[in-house]
Design a protein. Structure first.
Length: 400
């Protein structure tokens, strides 16, 4: 059955990596956690079981753009799918909820789990499967999206046992344990894949004049994502680059319609470059991004790997560059100590200490002289040999 669905709807004849094992786990009724590197085909791992199960599959996803992208692609394949999020008109949401029995997949944001109208509507349908996409966001539940903490109690309200699966591209052993605990998946099957991507060249550059060096990279005229830590830096960089380069921006303070418009311009190649905070790109399947630049040091190695995972998803050669400056560390330190005032003191201290440890790990990565791919893999408890020619440390120079 799974091969019939794979070929009929997605036009593939075989699975890649450990997709088949993950799908078999879900179809056999086992709760599952899958850590698949970006481009590893996570969405197929829950979409195929959704089409085989009898009832409705609910996909909990963190970003509107991610939902729209996946639902649009499913509709093109004649699959009944819908999404409800903050951008969904009230009449459209009501219509979807009235006709839930007609759908195979319903994508929702975690905040929807606190909506009484939604909770009332789903009591009238059979829920066979719940998939949590980008589940690493659970780690940020306390002070990023508190609604993520509602997923576990929501699962318990479903009258009949349904399968639960969680998916992400990057997670350390501690994060996996956190996911298990926050979702109640203590007995879940765990699947991981290698994070090493031999098509990506990594560079870490300690540089004082970032803008001058950035322009040299942009002169290559590659499709590029530039990540910044702050909205202020995104806006400043956009102002500096917009006169010469085909560039747009994306960050949380833009109105939803502007964010979607800017994203579409980038996705449709109307703009070659997008400058963004790290929210942009999660789950977005633009395969021809050839250059990803972290203009400021990311807060964690997980963040770095998430951003680099958006480079050359088609398997062709791509380059990921991290600009490092000691001033970046102070910005990350500020973020680490910035926590919700209503967080209990003991919990707050634990969170802050954890963030500071992550920051120190990131600084060590930036300052290290050893293979960047090997260091990144070790962070995720994977041992690989030095890449020898696939990072700036191994070849002892940057590529321009």
């Amino acid at each position: 059955m799974k091969y019939t669905v794979l070929e009929k709807y997605f036009h593939f004849k075989s699975f890649q990596g450990n997709q088949e094992e993950i799908i078999d786990s879900i179809l056999s009724g086992k709760d599952t956690i899958a850590i698949l590197k970006t481009g590893g085909g996570k969405s197929l791992c829950f979409q195929i079981p959704a089409l085989i199960f009898q009832g409705l599959t609910i996909v909990i996803s963190p970003l509107i753009s991610l939902m729209i992208d996946q639902v649009t692609n499913l509709k093109k394949r004649k699959i009944k799918a819908a999404c409800i999020n903050a951008s969904t008109e009230s009449y459209e949401s009501k219509n979807i909820l009235r006709n839930l029995k007609d759908y195979k997949l319903l994508y929702i944001s975690p905040e929807r789990l606190e909506n009484n109208e939604f909770i009332k509507a789903i009591k009238n349908v059979e829920i066979s499967f719940i998939a949590i996409d980008e589940c690493h966001c659970l780690e940020w539940g306390n002070d990023f999206r508190r609604s993520y903490l509602k997923i576990k109690p929501f699962i318990k309200t479903i009258p009949t046992k349904c399968v639960v699966a969680a998916f992400t591209a990057t997670a350390t052993l501690n994060v996996i344990d956190d996911i298990k605990s926050k979702l109640g998946l203590e007995n879940a099957q765990i699947f991981t894949s290698s994070i090493y991507k031999e098509n990506l060249f990594y560079s870490v550059i300690c540089v004082s004049n970032k803008l001058k060096l950035l322009k040299k990279y942009l002169d290559k005229q590659e499709t590029t994502i530039i990540y910044c830590l702050t909205i202020k830096e995104v806006e400043k960089l956009y102002k500096d680059l917009s006169l010469k380069y085909s560039v747009t921006i994306y960050h949380g303070k833009l109105q939803s319609n502007i964010k979607l418009h800017n994203q579409k311009m980038f996705m449709n190649d109307e703009k070659k470059i997008i400058i963004a905070t790290n929210a942009f790109g999660m789950g977005i399947d633009k395969k021809d991004v050839r250059l990803v630049i972290n203009y400021q040091m990311p807060q964690t190695l997980k963040d770095f790997m998430q951003t680099t995972g958006r480079c050359s998803r088609d398997g062709k050669k791509g380059e990921c560059v991290l600009f490092y400056h000691p001033k970046d560390v102070e910005i990350v330190r500020y973020f680490a100590n910035n926590i919700s005032e209503d967080t209990p003191r003991k919990e707050a201290r634990k969170i802050i200490n954890g963030r500071l440890r992550e920051m120190k790990e990131m600084v060590r990565f930036c300052k290290s002289k050893s293979c960047l791919h090997k260091q990144a893999a070790l962070y995720f408890n994977e041992t690989i040999p030095p890449c020898k020619q696939n990072c700036s440390n191994c070849i002892k120079k940057i590529r321009l």
